[in-house]
Design a protein around this ligand. Sequence first.
Ligand SMILES: [Mn+2]
Length: 305
Amino acid sequence: MYDIIGDIHGCAAELKALLKQLGYEKQGSVWKHPERKALFLGDLINRGKGVAKTLSIVRNMHEAGEAEVILGNHEFNLIAWNTPNKTGGFLRPHNKHNLKQLRTTLADFSGREEELNSYINWIKTLPLYFENDDFRAIHACWDFNYIEAIRKGEMPKNLSDVAFLEQSVIPFTPEFDFIECLLKGVEYKLPNNQQFIDNDGNRRTFVRLKWWEAAHTNQLKKLAFQSNMFQEHEIIPQWKHDQIPQYSTSEKPLFLGHYCMGKQPVHLLQSNMMCLDYCVYKTGRLTAYRMNNEMLNVNRVVQLS
Ligand SMILES: [Mn+2]
């Protein structure tokens, strides 16, 4: 059985504290549990100052067979930052905005670039999603069509292919849309060139949607994370609503990271869906779910406070 652990974002001290609380012990260089394995939901890097330590703990567990790991959007961004393009630059431009996101990761590996490259090569082998008989996990959005495309080999299962990466950074190619959906979730471009400033101080023209709510509503106030930007009469266009993936309550439980639930009480998104990202960098609330074979229950959440 798995302990599913949300976004760590370089908060290595919190990761160690959580593993201890879950009954894992460090044996040699590997954290182990006598009966359980860990599953990490991606976004291991950036924000916190303990990125190298976090990567070391997680990779050691992964290579020893004590953990599974799926990719987050921050790992995708790191790979694109590190991959040369054909015009002498990089797939993710080395501009101020992109540098700011990677700042603590690059600082932590300053003078140890070889070690960072070795982690990047490892990250490129990690899968985009996890599924077993009991549950599923993805960083931001489970889209059955895209998962089927991965299973059929029409889309890649990891980020090791350079030709795929080159396409994936070109807006609105199938490869770009695929990565956006699975690792960043569903967004909605504001009409009339409206903009807003997000929690990280970035100017945005897209709002993040609670894609799982689309089964119940087309109101932007209920769908958007930035609900205060919208009035009740404002609805999402039908063509956009039709594109939002559906995840029925009769499906296996699904775990997400990514959505930074902040100080909200621990809760389910729907009866078979839970987000395990409670913004550890800002709140200290690193979050795990101790999976068993029963219905999801918030009592099985273990959270640092
Ligand atoms: Mn994320």
